[in-house]
Design a protein around this ligand. Structure first.
Ligand code: NDP
Ligand code: GDR
Length: 354
């Protein structure tokens, strides 16, 4: 069997890094799209980076951007992928309220640009397509647990952009017979998670506070509930979706939901810091250490104009049709992330995060 070639957009992100590694292990030739940045943005893929000067490198990076269709057409033409994984996105929900037009452009129209590149090049039948869709599509609760048939109700510019991307993928599948699939993935985290997403913000702060390197952690809505799984297991599901005879849309989730508040408690317990609850609801003052020092405070700036209060996914379809299942529980995920941050923190300075 000839070697398969994959193109990953968003390869410098959390999922892109795990997916590139998985595909290299499976013997793929992997091309990754990276953005031009004024400082290095390849920290997550350093361990799989290959010097482009070596003969026949298996992993190559190319400059590009989801807002530039000329670039995307050329990239698809040059790399001739058997599989495209579209993971690139402005992926921060709160930031999407600040940059709604850019988010729509990169996350929504960017997906269309990539699908059109495939079509313009006549690759509809030879190139399979994975779209990084999201549980944020469910937004305001319509049904619990959420599954492939649950109605969407986006609650942010990010989710609205991803809604367009979801439907344009379905449309290109139906209109042009493309093998194009949406993975509706619930939150997935790891030690490589971006530092401004809530889990990583918490595990980094728990580690830093335990080591005496940070005084206080400011958070927003502690009552939101999320279905948190491990990113390494979710990228395996992405690959599985492109190996099926027929394209389709699948939920990947653990089926367990946890309040942000509980994740805080787990992380600080794992870092060896004792918390005591002070006040609740409107009187909420946060958590303090036994000494009485306030360690966690609520900052309204982290509340979103419209919130997604409850996510819990039903991954039955992926289990039955793909044989996919999660392994890491949210509790174990928190432990792994805290341990990793304690290790990093002992050898590197801490930066400031949103
Ligand atoms: P990250 O934010 O870690 O990574 C996003 C990637 O997209 C980065 O490589 C980033 O580049 C790149 N990117 C952003 N904007 C552009 C652009 N305009 N052109 C090209 N590249 C761009 O996200 P994750 O890895 O966590 O998520 C991967 C995908 O899955 C995203 O589409 C996200 O919306 C979606 N998703 C994520 C979930 C999760 O829980 N992690 C759940 C469901 C969906 P740079 O490194 O330079 O910033
Ligand atoms: P989310 O992830 O919005 O679900 O999107 P995030 O970790 O940002 O927020 C989860 C929940 O925590 C609450 N929260 C805070 N969030 C952040 N970032 N910072 C805080 O200080 C804070 N305090 C409380 C939020 O209000 C929210 O309810 C992620 C992204 O990866 C998306 O790209 C992806 O599509 C979805 O997951 C599924």
């Amino acid at each position: 069997m000839s070697q398969k070639t994959a193109l990953i957009t968003g390869t410098t992100g959390q999922d892109g890094a795990y997916l590139a590694q998985l595909l290299l292990e499976k013997g793929y030739r992997v091309h990754g799209l990276k953005r031009r940045s004024s400082s290095f943005n390849t920290g997550r893929i350093e361990h799989i980076y290959e010097d482009p000067h070596i003969e026949d490198p298996q992993f190559s990076l190319h400059y590009g951007d989801m807002t530039d269709s000329t670039n995307l057409i050329r990239l698809v033409q040059e790399t001739k992928p058997d599989e495209i994984y579209n993971l690139a996105a402005q992926s921060h929900v709160q930031v999407s309220f600040e940059t709604p037009e850019y988010t729509a452009n990169a996350d929504g129209i960017g997906t269309l640009r990539l699908l059109e590149a495939i079509r313009i090049l006549g690759m509809e039948k030879s190139c399979r397509f994975y779209q990084a869709s999201t549980s944020e599509l469910y937004g305001l609760v319509q049904e619990v647990p959420q599954r492939e048939t649950t109605p969407f109700y986006p609650r942010s510019p990010y989710a609205a952009a991803k809604l367009y991307a979801y439907w344009i993928v379905v449309n290109y599948r139906e209109a042009y017979g493309m093998h194009a699939s949406n993975g509706i993935l619930f939150n997935h985290e790891s030690p490589m998670r971006g530092e401004t997403f809530v889990t990583r913000k918490i595990t980094r702060a728990a580690a830093a506070i335990a080591l005496g390197r940070q005084d206080r952690l400011y958070l927003g809505n502690l009552d939101a509930r999320r279905d948190w799984g491990h990113a390494r297991e979710y990228v395996r599901g992405m690959w599985m979706m492109l190996q099926t005879d027929e394209p389709d849309d699948y939920v990947l989730a653990t089926g367990e939901t946890t309040p942000v508040r509980t994740f805080v408690e787990w992380a600080f317990e794992d870092a060896g810091v004792t918390l005591e609850w002070r006040g609740s609801g409107a009187d909420e003052k946060g958590y303090c250490a036994k000494s009485g020092r306030l360690l966690i405070a609520i900052d309204p700036r982290y509340f979103r104009p419209t919130e997604v209060e409850l996510l819990i996914g039903d991954p039955s379809k992926a289990r039955e049709k793909l044989g996919w299942h999660h392994e890491t529980s949210p509790r174990d995920l928190a432990r792994e992330m805290v341990q990793a941050d304690l290790k990093v923190m002992q050898s590197a300075p801490i930066g400031k995060g949103a």
